[in-house]
Ligand binder design. Structure first.
Ligand code: ATP
Ligand code: MG
Length: 402
């Protein structure tokens, strides 16, 4: 399966009614060839491998109380070896039941009743999973940066992470390339931070995602004077959900093909396409600060990622604008307890340097390379590089599971 190529989907439904509901929805999705079978997993018992030959996505309507059927599902998951993505739907399944299916290796769950956008999202997730599994280690690695509240310093981190990776790779392996994507479509200010023009082509991609290919992606990107390739946010205001999940998958997949490292600055809100980005992310950096509101929001976001079943996604917490004071040790301990996980990185507060960088549209590294703030940011980059490289060798856990 290559990008944008047709996905063969087999839907297996317990009732003809559900089959009649699913068939037109699948038919309405671009690049999908669907076949609907009425039956349950028992009905293909013994000829499962043959039934799944050539099937990219199996969409199965489960009876979650049927232990034997869940057993068959487990067998399919074991045998698929990255060839088939598995989507499940079921009536009245508890949140715990959904989590257990995802843990078992089901790629996405579609709650009933569903509409076309639910089906599109699930197919986009399946496509992303398959691509991740099939591209294996040759694809570029994705590090996404987010924050639980506005103004935490996520864009500063994303930009300098990409710049540090670019410098590192450039010196040792000049052929390796780094891309920085501003997916904070509405409020993204990486272009301001790096003194670049907003992307007119990005607005074009959002208007007509079908046109997106490697050439258009390259044309949409600008080069920072360091040589870093940047996809700035569009210059005009666009609705966050204007970018379909399938187009987001394609955008990141193309970036992974063209670059060795892809750093993504995410929006504060959770658009429908967030899931597609997280599916393709090797490491997520969550930027916070040491105050009650930020820590509480950060904990909420960590819980959200866990509830959305991103068990395998390494999430590192970065505490930005940190001022070390002996008297604050208690507050720090409280924060770690509230987060329920350690703080991985501390980035010092340096408002003067940060302000000068913003005002001049110049990276911090160019102003005072040896400042503590710059050293801390390079430290986060080095640690992230280690995390993604460890995940890539041998094949990452999601690639094994898929
Ligand atoms: N370590 C730091 N020390 C001092 N100021 C900082 C530091 N990191 C970021 N800032 C400043 O904080 C402000 C917000 O940073 P940034 O835009 O990176 O945050 P963000 O989380 O991306 O915000 P938004 O939610 O608006 O996208 C900027 O003015 C930036 O210069
Ligand atoms: Mg930002």
């Amino acid at each position: 399966m290559s990008r944008g190529s047709t996905l063969n989907v087999m839907a297996m439904t317990r009732s003809p009614e559900l089959g009649e509901r699913i068939t037109p929805l699948l038919a309405a999705i671009d690049h999908v060839r669907a076949e609907t079978r009425i039956g349950d997993l028992h009905s293909v018992n013994g000829e499962l491998a043959a039934a799944l030959e050539g099937v990219d996505v199996l969409l199965v309507d489960l009876d979650a109380n049927d232990e034997r059927e869940l057993g068959h599902l487990g067998e399919i998951i074991e045998q698929r070896r990255g060839r088939t993505a598995i989507l499940a739907t079921a009536r009245d399944l508890s949140a715990q039941g959904v989590r257990s299916l995802i843990r078992q290796g089901v790629d996405d769950f579609i709650p009933q009743p569903f509409e076309l956008p639910d089906m599109e999202d699930a197919i986009a997730t399946a496509r992303a999973k398959l691509q991740q599994a099939r591209a294996g280690r040759n694809a570029g690695q994705v590090i996404s940066v987010t924050r639980a509240k506005g103004g935490m310093g996520a864009s500063t981190l994303a930009a300098h992470l990409a710049l540090a990776l670019h410098e590192k790779r450039h010196r040792r392996e000049p052929e390796k390339q780094v891309a920085l994507l501003d997916l904070d479509l509405q409020f993204g200010d990486l272009s301001l931070m790096l003194d670049l023009k907003p992307s007119a082509e990005m607005a074009e991609i959002i208007r007509d995602p079908a046109r997106l290919d490697g050439a258009l992606l390259r044309a949409s990107m600008t080069q920072h004077k360091s040589g870093l390739a940047v996809l700035p946010a569009p210059g005009e205001f666009v609705p966050l959900d204007a970018l379909p999940a399938a187009a987001t998958v394609k955008l990141i997949e193309l970036a992974r093909q063209e670059f060795d490292f892809v750093v993504i600055d995410l929006p504060l809100a959770a658009p429908r396409w967030l899931e597609a980005v997280l599916q393709q992310t090797e490491q997520l950096l969550l930027v916070s600060q040491l105050n009650v509101a930020a820590i509480r929001q950060t904990r909420r976001l960590l819980d959200f990622f866990r509830d959305e079943a991103h068990y395998e996604l390494p999430v590192s917490v970065v505490l930005n604008r940190y001022v070390w004071r002996l008297s604050e040790r208690g507050r720090l301990r409280q924060a770690i307890r509230a987060l329920g996980q350690p703080i991985d990185h501390f980035v010092p507060d340096d408002p003067r340097l940060a302000l000068e960088a913003i005002n001049r549209g110049t990276p911090l590294f160019e102003l005072r390379r040896r400042a503590k703030l710059c050293r801390a940011l390079r430290g986060v980059a080095a640690a992230s590089l280690k995390v993604v490289q460890e995940r890539a060798q041998p094949a990452g856990p999601s690639a094994q599971a898929a």
